[in-house]
Design a protein around this ligand. Structure first.
Ligand code: 5GP
Ligand code: MG
Length: 188
């Protein structure tokens, strides 16, 4: 792929991502079942499952992950921006769309592409908790260990990666490279 010239390394190949996403989907479904959620009947008390995907970086991950979760669930999107344009450092969290307002009593799974400073997840967790969901779990494809300045828990993590700016599989630099199917480090 012509895009490849812009990368210094491929950090995670697409087969490895697919394998891990498969595992994560099954783990999440198993945990929901174990915590008593009736996945066959979303009308049963406290059995509504809602996935909230953080746009735009999580689109590819969430599209693959939900197809590894063969149960009844709702999907919502929330747009947040923390890296406007060409910046590679977080500039603070800006909500670009409102969260769904009917999360009370739902089992919410918040999905983002990467946990870096932790600001994005922390801000969203706070807002979601205000609605008193039945449960809230967080899932990220990537995590940069040691980077989080704040104590934010990700319940499910695809891969821990070194502190490099990565693109591909939904992650962008200045809007580009989201369609690259693997995780790559940009040549700087
Ligand atoms: P945090 O709020 O945890 O610092 O950052 C989370 C957000 O920053 C992610 O949703 C993602 O959009 C962006 N981000 C953090 N690290 C990277 C990276 O290495 N590459 C890209 N493309 N985005 C990143
Ligand atoms: Mg993001």
């Amino acid at each position: 792929m012509a895009l490849q010239r812009d990368f210094s390394t491929i950090l995670i190949e697409r087969d490895r991502i697919a394998q891990r996403v498969h595992e994560l989907g099954h783990e999440i479904v198993r945990d929901l079942r174990m915590s008593g959620v009736n996945l066959d009947d979303p009308q049963a008390p406290a059995s509504r499952v809602v996935i909230i995907a953080v746009m735009t970086g999580a689109i590819v991950f969430v599209a693959d992950l939900i197809r590894e979760m063969p149960v009844k669930l709702h999907i919502e999107l929330v747009a947040v921006s923390s890296y406007p344009g060409t910046s590679v450092e977080s500039k603070g969290v800006k909500m670009k769309t409102a969260l769904p307002s009917d999360l009370a009593d739902s089992h919410v799974l918040l999905i983002d592409d990467i946990l870096d400073s932790g600001q994005t997840l922390q801000a969203l967790i706070g807002l979601i908790q205000q609605q008193r969901p039945a449960s809230l779990r967080t899932c990220v494809l990537l995590r940069k260990p040691g980077k989080a300045k704040i104590d934010v828990r990700a319940d499910y993590v695809g891969f821990d990666i070194p502190d490099e700016f990565v693109v591909g599989y939904g992650l962008d630099y200045d809007g580009l490279y989201r369609n690259f199917p693997a995780i790559a480090v940009l040549r700087r």
